[in-house]
Design a binder for this molecule. Structure first.
Ligand code: ARG
Length: 318
């Protein structure tokens, strides 16, 4: 997680988080809600869905808990590495990787599902599901993240967060005690991000670099980003009271470089694929609108007016 400067932007979210109450599963609600503002170290328990995916007990990637049995990560955390599945463990409830943690549990992987589209960096389908051999008991430090319904769109500028134990800059590993890092990264819409990636690149303008199953987050000026070792980990956004998984850390050109924001696998592109393997997963409807504060009243009344229709829409969606 590279972080060099801070940027202030004010957006307000109008969340339909309360609609999530209709679902049986409680997700996306850490019991620790305060975080270090403008800092890098996360507070223990702030991101209870965060997974440390390890090979021979060494951290290699991130991941996110979605149910008692399943985690989601990136395909490239397994694909092409030639490491047998039996050497992988998924650790949850971790905070400082250098030390043992009484709240942490690690499980081997019973089933590993790679998305069939993925064969190389920049390909679509950089997503992987792992079924744990030992189901999780949820605690204050271990909780699932919510998954958004397929029609949920996160507007550009929305302040989302990514977390992980990855490098703090290109080829600079996180140092001991390896405290979980967090950084706020605003969403950048796909065409803007695609245009940024074409700057200083030999890829023809007509060839898309940022595909329809990708979502970008970060800064045009660089400075804050996810990085090597954060892969597979969460990009989460808040709607109402709960957090949902908008993206999976996938790739970038170096880390935190100008015009090279982080690229994340768009979770909503894979709802039906996830549902195939994890039938008990639920998807929550959210509406996230970045709105200028002067428009709040108007938007609020328009929102109340449309609420019954939205409710109908949501009910129909299930
Ligand atoms: N692919 C990298 C990994 O294996 C992380 C990619 C994220 N890079 C970025 N600039 N946001 O850990």
């Amino acid at each position: 997680m590279a972080a060099f400067h801070s940027m202030a932007a004010v957006f307000l979210y109008l969340g339909l988080g309360h609609l999530a109450l209709a679902s049986a599963q409680v997700c996306g609600m850490p019991s620790v809600s305060d975080r270090i503002v403008n800092g890098q170290d996360a507070v223990e328990g702030a991101w209870p869905w965060q997974v440390s995916l390890q090979v021979d007990n060494k951290h290699i990637c991130g991941g996110s808990v979605i149910t008692e049995n399943w985690i989601v990560s990136a395909a490239h955390c397994y694909y092409g590495l030639n490491i047998s599945q039996s050497r992988y463990t998924a650790c949850v409830g971790e905070y400082q990787l250098t030390y043992g943690n009484p709240n942490a549990v690690c499980s081997t992987i019973q089933t590993l599902i790679l998305h069939p589209s993925y064969t190389a960096t920049g390909d679509p389908g950089d997503i992987m599901l792992m079924e744990l051999s030992t189901p999780l008991n949820f605690t204050n430090y271990i909780m699932p993240i919510c998954l958004p319904s397929p029609f949920v769109q996160v507007p550009s500028g929305t302040q989302c967060w990514t977390s992980g134990w990855g490098h703090i800059n290109s080829s600079v590993p996180l140092s001991d005690p390896k405290t979980l890092q967090q950084v706020m990264v605003p969403i950048i819409d796909r065409s803007t991000c695609d245009a940024m990636y074409h700057i200083g690149s030999t890829v023809p303008a007509s060839t898309q670099i940022i595909l329809s199953d990708m979502i970008c987050a970060g800064y045009q000026a660089g400075g804050k980003d996810s990085c090597q070792g954060d892969s597979g980990g969460p990009l989460v956004c808040k709607a109402g009271d709960s957090w949902f998984l908008a993206g999976v850390v996938s790739w970038g050109d170096g880390c935190a470089q100008a015009y090279r924001p982080g690229v994340y696998t768009l979770v909503t592109a894979y709802n039906s694929w996830i549902k195939t393997w994890v039938p008990d997963v639920t998807f929550q409807p959210y509406i996230i609108s970045p709105i200028p504060s002067s428009n709040i009243k108007i938007t609020m009344s328009a929102f109340s007016f449309f609420l019954p229709f939205l409710l109908l829409l949501c009910l129909n969606a299930f």
